[in-house]
Design a protein around this ligand. Structure first.
Ligand code: 5AD
Ligand code: FES
Length: 332
């Protein structure tokens, strides 16, 4: 598909045939298994100041927290009981977590559980990523957010798109499975730009593609900006990504449940094959609100484990019982 094909699909008046095609493509290439990757948001402290994000450094309304290692490890052990096969460790860009600290945490999780480990802690240097890989890190998540340098600059006052892409390249060369993606509907984004972002994911040959709608957070510079697109555009984006990346892992990301309580279910029926249940211990959840309306804030990790099983069952989907590593490039 080229850019104009994608634009035509984004403009389709009736999206149902596109959704059905994407669901069929998912079934043929990825099967009915949904991989459960429990996410622990282990620190909400961030040195960066992204204009859209609720835990940006300038938002002083956020109560800072760091989850002690033993609590993270206990949670990982519970994940095994819940049937999750991967843990995603996510945080703000928090310099407290040195190379050594996270190396130690990765090794401990690897020594005490069979979980695959994904890290999502922002931009670091090559030596750090290498140390984590050697400690057992399997995957890394780092969204490029937008492939347009100007839009990137307008929403990331202290960041640089080139550096972020360089991080993704370093990780890929190292043999780490790479997940990236973008925000759908940043302020001033056009449908053409959205088509470019979709194509850019394929160009990066990602193992996992994670995207979600931009949702304005009240304590940010983008508080009064609304998303230029409708929910249909969000779901069409998922469907198109599936069709042009048939073997990539695509998660039904949490932000879809913020725009519609059935959002993540719909995404699973329109191309996605991964679910990332919130596994952050309950006491911390309310302090990791990147956007308003985030679901599962007053639920426990146990609640989410039960909820996700019910959802998948009702959708006629099964739970993947292996780690769900990349199918795109098995050598990686
Ligand atoms: N709306 C939607 N998604 C957001 N993220 C951060 N802030 C927002 C927001 N206001 C997303 C970013 C980031 C991921 C962890 O959360 O895309 O990469
Ligand atoms: Fe958390 Fe449904 S996934 S309550």
């Amino acid at each position: 598909m080229n850019k104009s094909d994608i634009l035509n699909l984004l403009l389709l008046p009736d999206p149902e045939p596109l959704y059905q095609e994407a669901d069929y493509c998912r079934k043929q290439n990825m099967g009915d298994d949904v991989y459960l990757r429990g996410i622990i948001e282990f620190s909400n402290i961030c040195v960066k100041d992204c204009h859209y994000c609720g835990i940006r450094s300038s938002n002083t309304d956020v109560k800072p927290y760091r989850i002690p290692d033993n609590e993270i490890i206990e949670t990982c052990q519970k994940m095994v009981v819940w049937g999750y096969t991967s843990v995603v460790l996510q945080s703000g860009e928090d310099p407290f977590y040195t190379t050594e600290k996270l190396t130690h945490l990765i090794k401990t999780i690897k020594a005490t559980t069979p979980l695959a480990i994904t890290l999502s802690v922002g931009e670091r240097n090559e030596a750090t990523y290498r140390a984590w890989k050697e400690a057992g890190m399997d995957r890394y998540l780092l969204r490029f957010e937008t492939s347009n340098p100007k839009l990137f600059q307008e929403s990331h006052p202290d960041d640089d798109l080139t550096n972020r892409l360089e991080c993704l390249e370093i990780l890929r060369r190292m043999g780490v499975q790479v997940g990236s993606g973008f925000l759908i509907g940043l302020p001033n984004e056009t449908l053409e730009q959205l088509a470019e972002d979709i194509l850019f994911c394929t160009q990066l040959d990602l193992d996992m593609i994670g995207i979600g709608p931009f949702i304005a957070h009240p304590n940010t510079p983008f508080s009064s900006q609304s998303n230029p697109f409708s929910p249909d555009i969000f779901y069409k984006t998922i469907a198109i990504l599936r069709l042009i990346n048939p073997r990539a892992h695509i998660p039904a990301t949490t932000a879809f449940d913020a725009i519609d309580p059935k959002g993540r279910n719909r995404v699973l029926q329109r191309g996605a094959n991964v679910f990332m249940p919130n596994a952050t211990p309950m006491a911390y959840r309310e302090h990791y609100q990147l956007y308003p309306g985030k679901p599962c804030i007053s639920e426990s990790s146990d609640d989410c484990a039960g909820c996700v099983k019910g959802r998948l069952k009702r959708l006629g989907r099964t739970i993947g019982n292996d780690a769900g590593h990349s199918l795109k490039n098995p050598l990686r």
